[in-house]
Write a protein that binds this ligand. Structure first.
Ligand code: NIG
Ligand code: FE
Length: 408
């Protein structure tokens, strides 16, 4: 399927896949040179000279664009997973110094080499599930040196392996431990971000986006506004973790600031939905979090789609709430829990996600002139991609026309 089109998909358009039966793609120097039926493409002189890769009736889609990940972290939090199963909530664990602070402690103690090794292993898993581009957030360092170390790793890994990495600065994940002791600590940390770290990150070209975790136990709406405004002044485009655990008004803020994406949205209300629908801010849903945390309240995807918001999907790959790099698993959850159709889920995970990263002119669909980022699935019908869950049906992944994963 091509997902061809020029604008982000809203409402009914979210399910337009642009299916070509018995289709073929002609690639020249990493770029798509032609798309159409095999019969049509075989007639092209350039196709007759090209090296052939027979995918034998399988389903081809644009590589998934995973627009929300926390790629760099030092270790899992399996110990907290068990505590949660036994009844402790995510916020209770965080209040006791676990949660994000647990990962911060582990990251600060890790070497760049350890972090690189873990990230590289994860990147191979992303590729093995059909993902060709990811966004990656810092946010487990929370001091100058550690945050810069994470962002530098984004750059280094982006250059050293095939998956494109879009870097986001999330220094405002939570207030770090050393700023928690006194009352003015949190505002001093916000000042460190706005006056020092954000300009430093921007000056060194270490991020394109600036994100804030706006929620109870993290940053308030007012603090988030201050931080994202400082980001904007330094040409970092805002994204926001919004309305995940509680309703804070972060969605309204995201729309007001012209954020590229507003993510999570489990707690959004009608006013937020209408505001998103009127905006170009992508409503990025992360059902892996609710699944992993065992929560019942998923984001109201149907209401968002029906109102006309640009809905996207991502894994939120991270050690605390969503330890998965599998977009097909996210698609399965989108279908069963968010009641999105398989077609809607696929468009949300490709074109709309690419739009949220400002890359929809280059990736996110299979069209002439676009980068040949493709994922081939071992299925006969595209609906089988979310239908099979807990198994990997990805058969082949190509980045700029080059095979980066093959199942056999
Ligand atoms: O997207 N909500 C904030 N950040 C992550 C979780 C981070 C963690 O628990 O380590 C999220 O869910
Ligand atoms: Fe996140």
């Amino acid at each position: 399927m091509t997902i061809a089109g020029r604008v982000p998909r809203r409402g009914r358009a979210l399910s337009r896949l642009g299916i070509i039966r018995d289709g073929a793609v002609l690639v020249h120097e990493g770029t798509i040179a032609a798309v159409g039926t095999t019969a049509k493409l075989e007639k092209l002189a350039a196709a007759r000279k090209a090296e052939k890769l027979d995918v034998g009736g399988r389903v081809i889609l644009p590589g998934f664009v995973d627009s929300h990940t926390h790629l760099i972290h030092a270790a899992s939090r399996a110990e907290e997973y068990e505590l949660k199963i036994r009844g402790a909530s995510y916020e209770e664990i965080a209040r006791k110094g676990g949660g994000i602070l647990n990962s911060v402690k582990k990251l600060r103690a890790a070497t760049s080499e350890q972090l690189r090794r873990r990230a590289n292993a994860a990147l191979e898993i992303f590729a093995a599930h059909g993902t060709t581009t990811i966004e990656a957030k810092s946010g487990y360092g929370l001091d100058v040196a550690s945050e810069l170390k994470i962002l530098s790793l984004h750059k280094e890994l982006g250059a050293a392996q095939p998956i494109e990495i879009v870097s986001t600065f999330l220094g405002a994940h939570v207030v770090p431990p050393e700023f928690r002791a006194k009352a003015e600590g949190p505002s001093e940390y916000v000042k460190l971000l706005t006056d020092w770290l954000i300009p430093e990150v921007a000056a060194n070209g270490l991020a394109e986006y600036c994100d804030v975790f706006c929620d109870r136990g993290a940053f308030s709406r007012a603090q988030s506004k201050q931080i994202l405004a400082a980001g904007w002044e330094n040409s970092l485009v805002p994204r926001l973790h919004a309305e995940q655990l509680t309703h804070t008004g972060a969605t309204q803020l995201a729309v007001e600031l012209g954020a590229a994406s507003c993510d999570h949205l489990e707690q959004v209300n009608g006013t937020d939905i209408r505001a998103l629908a009127k905006s170009n801010t992508v409503a990025t849903l992360l059902p892996g979090c609710d699944f992993h945390l065992g929560l019942k309240q998923y984001a109201p995807a149907r209401k968002l789609i029906d109102a006309g918001a640009i809905v996207g999907l991502a894994t939120d790959y991270n050690p605390g709430t969503s330890p998965t790099a599998s977009m097909p698993m996210v698609l399965s959850l989108a279908c069963t829990q968010l009641r999105m159709t398989p077609a809607e889920a696929i468009v949300a995970a490709t074109y709309n996600a690419a739009y949220s990263l400002g890359r929809h002119k280059r990736i996110g669909s299979i069209e002439v002139g676009k980068q040949a980022d493709l994922a081939v699935f071992e299925v006969e019908d595209y609906r089988e991609i979310p239908y099979y869950f807990g198994v990997n049906t990805c058969w082949l992944t190509l980045k700029s026309g080059r095979v980066i994963y093959a199942a056999i």
